[in-house]
Ligand binder design. Structure first.
Ligand code: URA
Length: 437
């Protein structure tokens, strides 16, 4: 077996690593045979020199096999999931998982915590009293089978090699590497034993990928590696140049989900992302044969109330209340203060500094700055007006929810700064950019 420094030298010099050498690296990640300096050097070598598809497949597969890998021999319908690269106000997973389960697929979704300025699906679910995001694997499997959908957070023994590598990448300037991001995301997602995966690759000023070229390169890498690893995968590039939907903040996003599922409010951009991804999941699993029949299934799941019912059943099965849809605020905490944010001038909303809005939610304690920070689930923004809206001076462009005057003042001021209002209309970005098969 080659020494760690020899494996690092091969990649540093721009040569390809063999599957065996990649396997040694991943073993070294788990066993600590690669020390932190060596892992950091290896990450930097991969960052600088890149990897070919074969190498990324080997890295992904070895990292996936470093922990639990689920299988579902007992299930009689396709197993499908979606993963988003993350954004602000991105609550798509909730509606989507419920709709697709209502259409007959199984959706075992292992979700993440907030990362940087982006919100985390698992954190949002913890706004709901009693909800357990970390059940045992046996419980996760039972609920997926009985309800059709279970959304939980990452377990301790899921892709442990990624846990160590990600922590070291985070502090060595090696996060933004397409091979490393691909292996990191897919090692976790593929360990859920999926038949089909749909990736939502976000692009824009609130996303990890800021331009369409980067987003396309990541989408192509993920699609080709996941398909090579045997999971039918499609990627859809969607916009993150503004908050998605009308809310940003944990409990507020769950409330928006309830309003969406019951048809009380469906913000058009959010709805388009949900429906596009749902149709892709239904067609790729073979549940729908074409776009028109997928659309009918999605519409029925929503109008019949079946998607809302699936969501409520999942919440109850994982320890939450039985009546979240009827009485959402009986089991979530509301902030004690609400303040309207008023347009400072007449004009068009031409843009949002989306990352800044995400960081403001974190600054309000709606996310974490350190790993062990406690989240205030009640804080955030609602009634967010989208880019392109014409406003008069004094119109409400959003509302702040917080629990102290200081936080209200901080968040209102930040929000005003993060929204551009101009006399002439600006560019309105498309919601869906491209699909990569
Ligand atoms: N999310 C992950 O899980 N890994 C990355 O490398 C980036 C985003």
């Amino acid at each position: 077996m080659l020494l760690p420094q020899e494996i690092i030298r091969i990649k540093r010099n721009g040569d390809s690593l063999s599957s065996e050498q990649i396997s040694s690296f991943v073993d070294g990640l788990v066993s600590n045979k690669f020390n932190d300096a060596q892992v950091g050097s290896m990450a930097m070598a991969i960052f600088q020199q890149g990897m070919n598809t074969e190498e990324i497949v080997a890295l992904t597969t070895c990292m996936m096999n470093s922990g639990d890998v689920l299988s579902w021999p007992e299930l009689d319908a396709p197993i499908v999931d979606k993963h988003s690269t993350g954004g602000v106000g991105d609550k798509v997973s909730f509606m989507l998982a419920a709709i697709v389960a209502a259409c007959g697929a199984y959706v075992p979704m292992i979700s993440g915590r907030g990362l940087g300025h982006t919100g985390g699906t698992a954190d949002k679910l913890e706004s709901i009293e009693g909800f357990n995001v970390q059940p045992s694997i046996a419980e996760f499997k039972r609920i997926t089978k009985e309800v059709g959908v279970a959304i939980i957070s990452q377990t301790e023994n899921l892709a442990p090699a990624d846990k160590r590598l990600y922590g070291i990448r985070d502090v060595t300037g090696t996060v933004e590497s397409i091979p490393l991001i691909t292996a990191s995301i897919l090692s976790k997602k593929l360990s859920a034993g999926l038949d089909v995966l749909v990736m939502d690759i976000k692009v824009g000023n609130g996303a990890m990928m800021h331009d369409i070229e980067q987003a396309t390169a990541l989408a192509r890498s993920i699609v080709s590696v996941a398909n090579s690893a045997g999971v039918k995968t499609q990627a859809i590039i969607t916009d993150m140049n503004q908050v998605l939907g009308t809310t940003a903040g944990n409990a507020l996003e769950i409330y928006e989900t309830v309003k969406y599922l019951t048809g009380k409010q469906r913000e058009p951009r959010l709805h388009l992302v949900v429906v596009t991804l749902a149709k892709a999941m239904l067609m790729n699993t073979g549940i729908a044969s074409d776009d028109a029949s997928a659309q009918i299934l999605v519409d029925n799941a929503l109008s019949s109330g079946k998607a809302a019912e699936k969501f409520e059943m999942m919440i109850a099965a994982l320890g939450g209340p039985k009546d979240l849809i009827e009485n959402p605020w009986n089991s979530m905490t509301k902030a004690t203060m609400i303040q309207e944010v008023l347009a400072p001038a007449h004009g068009y909303i031409t843009g949002m500094q989306t990352r800044d809005i995400g960081m403001t939610v974190v600054g309000m304690k709606g996310g974490r700055l350190a790993n062990d920070d406690k989240i205030d689930h009640s804080v955030g923004f609602d009634r967010i007006l989208p880019v392109g809206t014409v406003v008069n001076k004094g119109d409400v462009i959003a509302r702040v929810h917080a629990n102290s005057e200081d936080v209200i003042a901080y968040a209102s001021q930040k929000y005003i700064k993060a929204v551009d209002i101009s006399e002439s209309a600006g560019e309105v970005f498309p919601v869906i950019y491209q699909t990569i098969n």
